[in-house]
Write a protein that binds this ligand. Structure first.
Ligand code: SAM
Ligand code: SF4
Length: 355
């Protein structure tokens, strides 16, 4: 299997730092939404094959198309100069990209200066035991770990290749390193729907928030989405039979809506892109590992920042490309999963755009 790893012992080599970006205006889209949150997919590769995310036999991008870590740093730095306050590193599985700690180390300078409020990561947890300490060192204070079940056999079925003990060890290592962990679970009809209450009790019992995500129609995965789709209204109704759920106005700058769970004292989030439209407060854009910027997770329109990045050593063209791209950010998406819609609403996989 061809995914990238880095030796645990090797200290990250310093990146050639991006030139100081010009002090330019904050990025605000035509609907008045300030763009303050960038999600960056640093690789489309992964060491797992979750059934809702990838097909078993994926064709990954040629390595030559992927931005170098220096280029990713330069792009992120340009966004930070334009008002990005929160940076989430994702993928594919971000922690399987070779040398990824070099990027975290380099980006942490924006935390040190206060330009960036939060540097964070979404991970499947498989490599976390190895990297938790370094992530904490780089100023990472909170992470999301994706885990859909506590049942080792089911975990293997969902991820096709995963080992739940590795993930649990990773979570424990992160917690020991002082990183707050939030668990993300995708609700899957007939797979984990009866287990979400137990997952909630486990996560909250261990001081972790839980967010349940509705499955989204992204990418051809070789299965019918209707077989997986479980509306979160049903999940919530079922959880309410066991737990007392109280609405809160807590927000993390993302699309999740949170409730407080009286029995555990913890927080439970719901991300329902299909049944609840959250576009009006969207402050985010997504960058792929090839330098393509998606202004909306649910639309095809994109901007090629790699060309602007590589055209000149200074960032003038890049900033012009950012202005042009944000000027095209659409008002909202139009996902749909129904019996007439056989194709995915958006052809690219979540692992390309970054979850
Ligand atoms: N590999 C990392 C992980 O699994 O956390 C980061 C990338 S993954 C694409 C980010 C998140 O997207 C995960 O929580 C995953 O469960 C979720 N995801 C992937 N495909 C999805 C889909 N079709 N619908 C909803 N969530 C999805
Ligand atoms: Fe990999 Fe994350 Fe997609 Fe699962 S959800 S296949 S761990 S990228």
């Amino acid at each position: 299997m061809a995914f990238e790893t880095v030796s645990a012992a090797a200290p990250p080599a310093p990146l050639a730092r991006a030139e100081a970006a010009p002090a330019t205006a904050p990025l605000v889209d035509p609907f008045g939404r300030a763009i303050t949150y960038l999600r960056v997919s640093v690789t489309d590769r992964c060491d797992l094959r979750c059934v809702y995310c990838m097909s078993e036999h994926m064709t990954f991008l040629p390595k030559a198309d992927i931005l170098s870590l220096e280029e990713l740093d330069r792009l992120c730095t340009a966004f930070v100069a334009r008002g990005t306050r929160k940076l989430r590193i994702t993928g594919g599985e971000p922690l399987v990209r070779r040398g990824i700690m070099t990027l975290f180390r380099s980006l942490s300078r924006h935390i040190d200066t206060g330009a960036l409020e939060e540097l964070t990561v979404t991970t499947n947890g498989s490599q976390l035991a190895r990297y938790a300490g370094e992530l904490a060192d780089c100023g990472v204070r909170r992470i999301n770990v994706s885990l859909d079940t506590l049942d080792p056999v089911k975990f293997r079925e969902i991820t096709r290749w995963g080992d739940i003990d590795q993930v649990k060890a990773g979570i424990a290592a992160a917690q020991r390193a002082g990183i707050r962990v939030k668990i993300n679970a995708v609700a899957l009809k007939g797979v984990n729907e009866d287990e979400l209450g137990d997952l909630l009790a486990w996560a909250h019992g261990d001081g972790m928030d839980l967010t349940i995500i509705e499955v989204m129609p992204l990418g051809d995965i070789g299965e019918n989405r209707l077989d997986q789709y479980l509306p979160l209204s049903m999940v919530r109704a079922k959880l309410a039979e066991r737990f007392t759920l109280t609405e809160t106005d807590y927000r993390t700058g993302g699309p999740a809506r949170y409730v407080r769970v009286a029995e555990t004292g913890g927080r439970l989030g719901f991300i329902t892109p299909l049944t609840h439209n959250f576009c009006e407060s969207c402050n985010r854009v997504r960058l792929t590992c090839t330098g393509t910027l998606f202004m909306c997770l649910g639309q095809e329109d994109a901007a090629d920042l790699r060309a602007a990045l590589r055209a000149a050593p200074d960032d003038a063209l890049l900033h012009a490309a950012l202005d042009e791209a944000i000027g095209r950010k659409p008002k909202g998406h139009d996902f749909v999963i129904d019996r007439r819609t056989k194709r995915p609403a958006v052809a690219r996989h979540m692992s390309v755009t970054g979850g």
